[in-house]
Design a protein around this ligand. Structure first.
Ligand SMILES: [Zn+2]
Length: 405
């Protein structure tokens, strides 16, 4: 299945692109432009020029239509492959849906997801609409009471209480936090400006260190590298130097000012940075090249920053909604298949007898190695021989052994 849609996709990329078509349209335009120029230069040849134009233009347009036919065919095959892959399968019955009675939790998960994805304005619209149309109150048996705000373990946590007294989602503090996070990320990724991230890391230096995070040092090391290589980066507001030096000298100056706090914890890394000074004329061939020419350095600090920022808010680095949806998409086809097989064999999804068992009804292993509940064993054997429900094996009930889980 997978292969079919993949193959159709590749075919579409190969044949379904409009490049040939565009070329042929251009060919037609060129013909017409040329004819126009000819006639403009000498109006007396207008009739013959136009007459001569007819066949080539027709042919050219024919080619354009031919190209489109191929594209249509590929598109058709692609959508057929997609339809085949994503059949309109009914989802499992809602009896399995533990969350359907917890609309407010789902709303909250969606709002959190939007916030942490940086979709701040979509999130605020979603939250205000969810608050004006609150879902019906949850069933009394709901486990909502146990689902409180994220962990309060971290003492230095910035702000992690996102629930109002009436239980509604309190989004303002989160919105503010994520606005700051995306500002810093934007500066990092799009402007190669380390200053806001360094400032943030410095402000949270202690809690980051307690967590064993290397973020602050990683940021400062990248700053050192940028100074060293003379890359344009906004000055660290605390340690910016007015003397107008640049390159390795500026980097040394920066190291003197900024690396003091890191000296014990990152001795080796700092020695490497300083050792690199001996090689500044041929840095690319030096043992330290990987530090200075690391293409993924910016991505690394950006994701490290995101992870630390989220964990200080008491949140995981990846959106739980995203993880849950992805895990569901991976697991659901198998579960659906299982459910269908169960239905065909008229076995319940989970019958009481399939549960690990109780003292009165413990799991029993038959000589073939399969395990069934004692009640089932007694029912199947009626005191004599029994056939295993899972395999062709036959045995005596008294040969079954109790399993201790
Ligand atoms: Zn068996």
């Amino acid at each position: 299945m997978e292969e079919t849609s993949q193959a159709a996709h590749e075919r579409l990329e190969r044949k379904g692109n409009l490049k040939k078509s565009v070329d042929h349209v251009q060919e037609t335009i060129d013909l017409l432009m040329k004819a126009r120029a000819t006639i403009a230069a000498d109006p007396s040849v207008a009739t013959t020029t136009l007459a001569k134009l007819q066949t080539p233009v027709k042919q050219s347009l024919g080619k354009v239509n031919g190209d489109l036919k191929e594209i249509h065919a590929s598109l058709g095959k692609y959508s057929k492959a997609l339809d085949k892959k994503f059949k309109d399968k009914p989802l499992p019955s809602s009896s399995n849906d533990a969350l359907s009675s917890h609309a407010s939790l789902i709303n909250r998960a969606i709002a959190m997801h939007l916030l942490r994805e940086g979709q701040l304005s979509v999130a605020s619209t979603f939250i205000s609409e969810a608050n004006t149309h609150p879902p019906p109150p949850e069933a009394p048996s709901s486990p909502a009471a146990s689902v409180t705000s994220p962990d309060h373990d971290m003492q230095d946590t910035v702000q992690n209480d996102f629930t109002n007294d009436d239980g509604t989602f309190r989004s303002e503090p989160l919105q503010k936090q994520f606005a700051q996070m995306y500002y810093i990320l934007h500066e990092l990724r799009n402007r190669k400006n380390l200053a806001p991230a360094i400032l943030w890391a410095r402000q949270h230096s202690q809690v980051l260190e307690t967590r064993g995070s290397n973020l602050e040092f990683e940021l400062c090391r990248l700053y050192f590298v940028c100074q060293y290589l003379g890359l344009d980066t906004s000055d660290d507001p605390v340690t910016s130097d007015p003397n107008g030096i640049s390159g390795p000298l500026k980097a040394i100056r920066y190291a003197q000012l900024a690396f003091g706090n890191f000296a014990t914890r990152y001795t080796r890394e700092i020695n490497q940075l300083l050792g690199s000074l001996c090689f500044h004329s041929n840095l690319a061939q030096s043992p330290y090249a990987h530090i200075f020419y690391n293409e993924s350095a910016w991505d690394e600090v950006a994701s490290s920053f995101t992870r630390e920022f989220c964990s200080l808010l008491g949140l995981s680095a990846d959106s739980p909604l995203y993880l849950a949806a992805t895990a569901g998409a991976i697991a659901l086809p198998t579960l659906l298949k299982l459910e269908n097989i169960m239905k065909e064999k008229r076995t319940e999804w989970t019958t009481r007898q399939e549960l690990p068992g109780t003292d009165a009804n413990p799991p029993m292993m038959m000589p073939c190695g399969h395990v069934i509940a004692k009640e089932t064993l007694d029912r199947l054997s009626k005191g004599g021989r029994l056939k295993c429900p899972y395999c062709p094996g036959e045995s005596l009930a008294r040969d079954a052994r109790r399993v201790y889980l």
